[in-house]
Design a protein around this ligand. Structure first.
Ligand code: GLN
Length: 498
């Protein structure tokens, strides 16, 4: 039999339901794999093996009851292990956000996304590494040290949800949660050769997600394939009274297993924007993505050129608005309410010393950039102007989606770069986000999935973007592609890493 940690989510569930594997066996297999590989990968920041095994035992009891009386309801993910990015609150597990300022913060509640998955029966393995407060594209900004890419340990896994992406790629978890404010699910999925969904802004509640850029933040998920992400997405999606930006948009009841690979995309119009195939993009990435687009065409999709003329503006617009929102959101970390405090006689000194000592340099940079962009005298010229251009970027997508159903593009200009490659050059790191930011500015959903490897053996990813609340189309197209290709089934060889 295939090793437990290499079974797909569907296979895990089938084994659990048939009584061939217990959740305890599955959970233990993942915990053993984590023991063996996490020291080299540093994908998890916090592990909760005892709690996980006791959740697994509860799941096993439920499954046994259900097996003796299948008339009983069994929550859909009962017994399935899950890893959670360390910016989402999980009750009674330390939530650091990759920052020293939250070193000792133990949330007394679950984020809505986590609570819904828990109700659906998942077993939580622990919390995964992230750039500090999700600010970054490599996990190198984590105060606890970087995560390593399972395909090559000298390379980054992408970021900021690099811990979750690496965990899924190295089979330390079958599925994992991430967040995507400017690309943090899609880019690490692409760098690690796994599949990642960034839902529409407002599709999944942000309650219990530690805020970075509140008008962009969205909870997403990683799995090995699009099909595995669908149940997670469906469970987490939907309105939540705790987050007024969640939309009450009906969720279609789609089922990927009904797809016939032959001509499954007949009638689907996929747009290819010139603006995403620019000079400077790694040749192998462009070739890989263009090849994948041809494969989508063989499945019946109609490929059409589209234009998103304001793409180039996405980078400056995002790097004004996101830090502006971050500077407001991070004001709450003051050494009084959460985490550690650097003591001082005066209140202002407590603030100053705690923030000075406990925030990392990228977070400080964003707070300063954001405060500057929002300050009197500069507000109109920077923040106000950026908001206007954001509207133009949204309109680009609206116009494009009048003529096509989906848009296909690379996820990042290159495959995973080396740890330290961007050194102290924040601007060159920001440029890595050029193809992911527009979807966040427009609030539209995207899915990233592997479409090949470069000569160094590093995964190449592509993304499909769709109109608001059309995640179904993204899952269908990615699934159809995965039915005729096997990139998503490749696993890194980590024998030398343990
Ligand atoms: N890399 C982008 C940033 O640093 C996006 C991060 C994210 O999506 N959380 O802001």
């Amino acid at each position: 039999m295939t090793e437990i940690v290499n079974l797909s989510l569907g296979e895990l569930l089938a084994n659990l339901h048939a009584g061939d594997l217990s959740s305890r066996e599955i959970t233990q297999a993942y915990l053993d794999q984590i023991d063996r590989l996490n020291p080299a990968l540093h994908a998890f920041l916090t592990l909760t093996p005892e709690a996980a095994l006791s959740q697994a035992d509860e799941a096993d009891q439920r499954i046994n009851t259900w097996r003796s009386d299948p008339g009983e309801d069994l929550p859909p993910l009962t017994g399935v292990p899950l890893a959670v990015k360390d910016v989402l609150c999980v009750k009674d597990i330390r939530c650091t956000c990759g920052s020293r300022i939250l070193e000792n913060f133990v949330p007394p509640f679950d984020a809505t996304a986590v609570a819904r998955l828990r109700e659906a029966g998942v077993v939580i393995l622990g919390k995964t590494n992230t750039d500090e407060f999700a600010m970054g594209s490599s996990t190198e900004n984590s105060a606890y040290g970087p995560t390593h890419n399972p395909w090559n340990l000298d390379h980054v896994p992408g970021g900021s949800s690099g811990g979750s992406a690496a965990a899924v790629a190295a089979s330390l978890a079958p599925v994992a949660l991430g967040t995507d404010t400017g690309g943090s699910v899609r880019q690490p999925a692409s760098f690690c050769g796994v599949t990642g969904i960034k839902p529409t802004y407002g599709r999944i509640s942000r309650y219990g997600l530690v805020a970075y850029g509140s008008s962009f933040d969205v909870v997403g998920a990683f799995g090995r394939s699009a099909a595995e992400l669908v149940p997670l997405f469906k469970i987490m999606a939907g309105p939540d009274p705790q987050d007024a930006t969640t939309g009450d948009v009906p969720l279609p009841d789609f089922n990927l297993t009904l797809i016939d690979p032959g001509d499954s995309l007949t009638g689907l119009r996929i747009g290819v924007p010139d603006e995403y195939f620019i000079e400077g993009i790694q040749g192998e990435v462009e070739e890989g993505v263009r090849r994948a687009i041809e494969e989508l065409e063989t499945l019946g999709a109609q490929i059409k050129p589209v234009s998103l003329p304001y793409t180039e503006q996405a980078l400056p617009v995002y790097y004004l608005i996101a830090p502006a929102e971050a500077s407001a959101n991070l004001a709450r970390f003051d050494g009084i309410r959460y985490g550690p405090r650097v003591p001082a006689d005066e209140m202002w000194d407590i603030f100053r010393h705690t923030r000075g000592d406990k925030f990392g340099s990228e977070v400080k940079r964003r707070i300063m950039l954001g405060t500057y962009a929002l300050s009197a005298g500069y507000y109109d010229a920077y923040y106000g102007q950026a908001q206007k251009v954001r509207t133009l970027i949204k309109r680009d997508f609206e116009r494009a989606f009048e003529g096509v159903d989906l848009i296909a593009a690379p996820v990042a200009p290159s495959t995973a770069f080396r740890i330290g490659e961007h050194g102290d050059d924040p601007l060159s790191m920001y440029l890595e986000d050029i193809f992911t930011l527009p979807a966040n500015l427009a609030g539209v959903p995207g899915i990233a999935f592997p479409v090949g490897f470069d000569q160094k053996g590093l995964p190449i990813g592509m993304q499909l973007m769709g109109p608001h609340f059309q995640e179904e189309q993204l899952f269908l197209a990615a699934h159809a592609y995965q039915l005729i290709t096997d990139w998503h089934t490749r696993r890194p060889d980590l024998n030398g890493a343990s």
